[in-house]
Design a protein around this ligand. Structure first.
Ligand SMILES: [Zn+2]
Length: 377
C-alpha cells in the first residue's frame, strides 16, 4: 500500500494529503519553469518576476490537479463510494476510494469526470489568455494562462491513455467489464496495457538521456516508474477488494479471545504472561467482561523498559472503542481498510456489547490466499 504523506486540509469532507515526493516535484516544476520556460515567453521579465511567475504558475497547476481529483471524487460520492483521502502526486493525484464501483456505468462516469474537468480548465485559461493578448507586450498573466491552458490539456490527454490505473485505463476497464462481466479480468487487461505504456515511457526517457535531453528524459523515466508501480498495486487491490467483499468478519474471526482481565496489571507482567506467551501483537483488556480497551506492542514500545514494572496496562492502553472494534456483519475489506488506515494488527469483534472474537490482518490474508488458490471468487 502506498504511503499516504501528510494532511493539508479538507474539501467535500475529504482530507487532502501531500505525498513527500510532491515537494521534489513542486521544486522541479518551479525550477523548470523559471529556467527553461518563462525566460523564452517574453524578453522583458526580470529574474525576480520570473521566479514569482513560476511559483504562482506551479501553485495553480497543482490546484488544477487537485480539482481534477475532486471531480472524480464528487462523482464517486454521488455513486455512493466513500473517498478516504486524496493524495497529490506527480502528474495527478490519487483518490483512495473505499470499495469498488458497483457497475461499469458508474465506473465510466467517475473516470471521465477528471479529464472532462481538466479540459474545462484548459478552456477557461485559453479564454483568459485571449483576453490578455490584446496588450502589446507579453504580460505575465498571458504567459501563465497560456502555460496553464497547455498543461491542463496535457493532463487531460495524459490521463486518457488507456492503461489502468489512469482514467483512460479505467474507462477501458469499464468497457471490458461491461462486455465480459468479469471485473478482475477487465482490471488485469487494462493494467497490462498500463504497464506496457509505463515501460514505453521509461525506454523513451532513457533514449532522451542518451540524446542529452536530461530534464525531459528524467521526467519520462520518473513518470514511467510511478505508473509501473501503481498499475501493479491497482490490480492487486482490485482483486483483493473483489475477493474479500463477500467475506464477513463474523465468518473469519477467531474465538475464544485471550483477554487481559486485570487492567491494573503491570506492563512487565503483561509482556511476560501475554505477549511472550501467546505471541499476538495486541490484547483486549476487560473488567467483568466489559471491554475497557486494548493494549498493543506499539503502546508498550513507547514506554522505557525500566518503567515496565511501575506502569499499569490501564495507563497506556487505547480506550476509544471505535478505533479497535468492528461488528461481525462488516466485510473483511472494511476490516482490512480500517487496520491498514490505523496501522493495527487486530480488531476486536463486538456484537451488542459482547466480545465474540478477534480478526487480524494475517487471518484476512490467509483467507485471501485460500480463495485465490482455490480460484473461488
Ligand atoms: Zn484522473
Amino acid at each position: 500500500m502506498a504511503t499516504t504523506g501528510f494532511k493539508l486540509f479538507r474539501v467535500l469532507g475529504i482530507p487532502i494529503h501531500v505525498h513527500y515526493t510532491w515537494f521534489i516535484v513542486f521544486s522541479l516544476v518551479v525550477y523548470t519553469l523559471a529556467v527553461n520556460y518563462f525566460p523564452f515567453m517574453g524578453p522583458y521579465y526580470s529574474p525576480p518576476v520570473i521566479w514569482v511567475m513560476s511559483v504562482i504558475a506551479a501553485i495553480i497547476l497543482f490546484s488544477s490537479i487537485l480539482l481534477h481529483e475532486l471531480a472524480h471524487s464528487y462523482v464517486a460520492q454521488r455513486e455512493g463510494i466513500q473517498i478516504n483521502r486524496i493524495t497529490l502526486f506527480v502528474f495527478g493525484g490519487i483518490a483512495s476510494m473505499v470499495g469498488e464501483t458497483k457497475s461499469p456505468k458508474g465506473e465510466l462516469k467517475i473516470a471521465a469526470a477528471g479529464p472532462a474537468l481538466s479540459f474545462l480548465l484548459a478552456g477557461v485559461f485559453w479564454i483568459i489568455a485571449i483576453i490578455f493578448r490584446r496588450g502589446m507586450a507579453t504580460s505575465p498573466v498571458l504567459a501563465i494562462s497560456y502555460f496553464l491552458a497547455s498543461t491542463n490539456t496535457l493532463i487531460a490527454i495524459f490521463n486518457l491513455i488507456p492503461g489502468f490505473p489512469l482514467d483512460g485505463g479505467r474507462i477501458l476497464r469499464a468497457i471490458i467489464w461491461k462486455r465480459t462481466g468479469n471485473l478482475n479480468k477487465a482490471t488485469l487487461v487494462s493494467s497490462r496495457i498500463g504497464k506496457a505504456f509505463a515501460m514505453f515511457l521509461i525506454v523513451m526517457g532513457l533514449w532522451n538521456l542518451t540524446q542529452g535531453q536530461f530534464i525531459s528524459g528524467l521526467w519520462s523515466i520518473f513518470i514511467g516508474m510511478f505508473l509501473q508501480q501503481v498499475a501493479g498495486e491497482g490490480y492487486k487491490q482490485t482483486v483483493l477488494h473483489n475477493t474479500l467483499a463477500s467475506v464477513r468478519v463474523g465468518d473469519i474471526m477467531v474465538s475464544p479471545v485471550i483477554l487481559i482481565h486485570d487492567e491494573n496489571m503491570t506492563i512487565e507482567m503483561a509482556v511476560n504472561d501475554y505477549f511472550f506467551r501467546y505471541r499476538y501483537n495486541s490484547f483486549p483488556v476487560v473488567s467483568d467482561s466489559i471491554l475497557l480497551g486494548t493494549i498493543s506492542l506499539h503502546d508498550i514500545k513507547n514506554v522505557d523498559k525500566e518503567k515496565w514494572p511501575h506502569i499499569t496496562v490501564k495507563e497506556i492502553m487505547s480506550t476509544n472503542p471505535s478505533e479497535f472494534t468492528i461488528s461481525p456483519e462488516r466485510s473483511a475489506v472494511e476490516a482490512l481498510d480500517k487496520m491498514v488506515e490505523d496501522n493495527r494488527g487486530r480488531l476486536v469483534v463486538v456484537e451488542r456489547g459482547n466480545i465474540i472474537g478477534i480478526v487480524s490482518q494475517r487471518d484476512i490474508m490467509q483467507v485471501l490466499k485460500l480463495k485465490t488458490d482455490l480460484g473461488k471468487n
